[in-house]
Design a protein around this ligand. Structure first.
Ligand code: VGL
Ligand code: ZN
Length: 201
């Protein structure tokens, strides 16, 4: 069984959004065109309460992109984004959502961020995604979405640790920071992840 996981294909990560990924919207037609190749499609949504710890405006005297320590982990302070039930948290309007069988929401705990679709950043709580995929008999998982160097990366890393054969579909994803992504690519390959293009599916 082959599953496709759409990571955070949400308005706030698109050009014009609160935490825009350059050319983030270009992945939408690519994702729509590959959905038919998979047995199962699921999605994640970044889904923060207003008082979320990752928002710079919740820390007096801090600026956007400053860092703080949370649970011994370095936390970047982001512009407020993907607030629960806001327009910015919706999927991009052109994303074909008809075949998405389940949506896993993350970053809902105000005290801890969650880049991965599987666990929060301190691995305190599971979203249930791993158990869901295993229950469905999935062995190969393909990841795409936004941002490649943050949420797609952390999700893929957890998938490898959970024992899934894990693929990044590079052209169906876009990084926030291109230089950071170049470093991360090597880590993905070293961990045993695979990087492919949509036309090789
Ligand atoms: C993301 C930063 C903060 C992402 C989510 O989806 O890559 N990045 N929250
Ligand atoms: Zn977030």
């Amino acid at each position: 069984m082959k599953a496709l996981v759409l990571v955070d294909v949400q308005n706030d990560f698109m050009p014009g959004g609160k935490l825009a990924v350059p050319k983030g919207d270009e992945i939408v037609p690519v994702i729509n065109s590959i959905q038919s190749k998979f047995d199962l499609i699921v999605a994640t949504q970044d889904w923060h309460p207003e008082n979320h710890i990752s928002f710079a405006n919740n820390h007096l005297g801090k600026e956007e992109f400053d860092t703080i320590q949370v649970e011994g982990i370095t936390q970047v302070l982001w512009p407020a984004h993907c607030v629960q039930d806001s327009k910015g948290a919706d999927f991009h309007k052109d994303l074909n959502t008809a075949k998405i069988e389940a949506i896993f929401r993350k970053g809902t705990n105000p005290r801890i961020d969650s880049y991965s679709g599987f666990y929060d950043n301190a691995h305190l709580k599971s979203t249930g995604l791993s158990g869901y995929l295993k229950e469905k008999g999935v062995s190969e998982v393909y990841f795409c979405g936004l941002a490649t160097d943050i949420c797609v990366y952390y999700t893929l890393k957890d998938a490898i640790a959970e024992g899934f054969t894990s693929y990044l579909i590079e052209d169906a994803s876009k990084p926030l920071d291109v230089e950071e992504y170049e470093k991360i690519k090597k880590v993905i390959l070293d961990l045993g992840g695979k990087i492919i293009q949509s036309n090789n599916l």
